[in-house]
Design a protein around this ligand. Structure first.
Ligand SMILES: Cc1ncc(C[n+]2csc(CCOP(=O)(O)OP(=O)(O)O)c2C)c(N)n1
Length: 361
């Protein structure tokens, strides 16, 4: 990896004590640890539910990549926006959507934010700054640029943080968004999650240049960092966010990481060798961060694996979702139009809605 280290001033988080040592605020350090576990434990429980046949649709695990969503979102404000994609289940949780909401979403229940119309991460909540995600890779990038620009036009200093896999840097939307953002110094931080594979395609077959160079090409400071080091991710993002708030424009951050599971739960990932997987397992973001905390003033007892409140939250979310009904057929045609704009929806109830026999409901 042709990593380029950002300037020291860009790596520092203005809001925390100086340097990567125990002088950092203890609440911040533990908060990051707890969120890492929250994301992992939530996703692990999805894996179990999926094996039990209780999940509708695909499952795209972010195991091994938790430090990116946690490190980039933990220091954001409520009015900042995030635009996550399929691998970023944790982004929804860390930005403020509840475990109940997301578990209902994954199980396509009527209680879900999309009210059972879709599953996985195809949802959002603009009240807390989560831009809705869809299956079309990179399609949210021009939207994130537009949302960040809108904030500035309204005189606010909020920023947007936009996520995409390294494979998505080949898409036209990526280039259009970055070109526009570069020209207009749009306050959006671009987080490239380089997890070494776009499905089965390795970086050497995805791009002729290191991914962060594509940010440079559009005139913004760009760097590649260790995406499995939550403090490095936090520092870099916070510096980029502060820069964007000051009106100096966006930053491109390539977070180098590894997708520990297959592309989806259906993928055995036989295209990679065992030694490579084992090498990356040693860099697990949670185990590594835990060792760091133990070296810096925390005791074993301070760092449960996972924290009990996290276990409780996830258990409650699973129960809530399982006890929630699936949507009724007529609900399929609701919420499709913005009626406040004077358009009434054409909903026809579906009285003959047939329940899906293979689901047993
Ligand atoms: C425009 C578009 N093309 C193809 C797909 C199918 N697809 C879904 S995920 C994926 C791989 C994406 O790789 P990357 O962007 O590196 O993200 P990762 O899955 O590795 O996190 C592909 C090809 C899609 N969803 N959208």
């Amino acid at each position: 990896m042709n990593a380029k280290t950002p300037a020291r001033s860009q790596r520092r988080a203005p809001s925390v004590a100086d340097g990567r040592d125990a002088r950092r605020d203890r609440d911040l350090l533990y908060g990051l640890y707890r969120q890492l576990w929250r994301v992992r434990h939530f996703e692990e429980s999805i894996g179990r539910l999926n094996k039990q046949g209780k999940i509708l649709g695909g499952v795209y695990s972010g195991r091994g990549q938790e430090a990116i969503v946690v490190g980039t979102i933990y220091g954001l404000r409520r009015d900042d926006k995030v635009a996550p994609v399929h691998r970023d289940m944790g982004a929804f949780l860390v930005k403020g959507m509840s475990a109940r909401q997301m578990m209902s979403q994954i199980m396509a229940r009527a209680s879900a934010p999309s009210r059972g119309k879709d599953s996985w991460t195809h949802t959002g909540d603009l009240e807390i700054g989560v831009i809705g995600s869809t299956s079309m890779l990179a399609s949210s990038m021009p939207i994130a640029a537009g949302v960040a620009l809108a904030g500035r036009m309204l005189g606010r200093d909020s920023v947007a943080v936009c996520y995409f896999g390294e494979g998505s840097t080949a898409r036209g939307d990526f280039h259009e968004a970055l070109n526009f953002a570069g020209i207009h110094r749009i306050p959006c931080v671009w987080i490239c999650e380089n997890n070494q594979y776009a499905y089965s395609t390795p970086p050497a077959l995805e791009s002729a240049v290191p991914f962060y160079k594509k940010g440079e090409a559009y005139g913004m400071p760009s760097c590649a960092i260790d995406g499995n080091d939550v403090l490095e991710v936090y520092d870099t993002t916070m510096a980029a966010v502060e820069r964007a708030r000051r009106g100096e424009g966006g930053t491109f951050v390539e977070c180098v990481t590894y997708r520990m599971d297959g592309h989806s739960e259906a993928d055995q990932a036989n295209y990679r060798d065992r030694a490579e997987v084992e090498r990356w397992a040693e860099k697990d973001p949670i185990g590594r961060y835990r060792r760091y905390l133990l070296d810096h003033g925390f005791d074993e007892a301070d760092l449960p694996e996972p924290p009990p409140d996290v276990v409780q939250e996830v258990r409650d979310a699973v129960e809530f979702a399982q006890n929630s009904p699936l949507p009724e057929g007529h609900e399929a045609a609701e919420d499709l139009f913005d009626e406040s704009a004077g358009v009434t929806h054409w909903a026809t109830p579906y009285p003959n809605y047939v329940r899906t026999p293979w689901l047993g409901r």
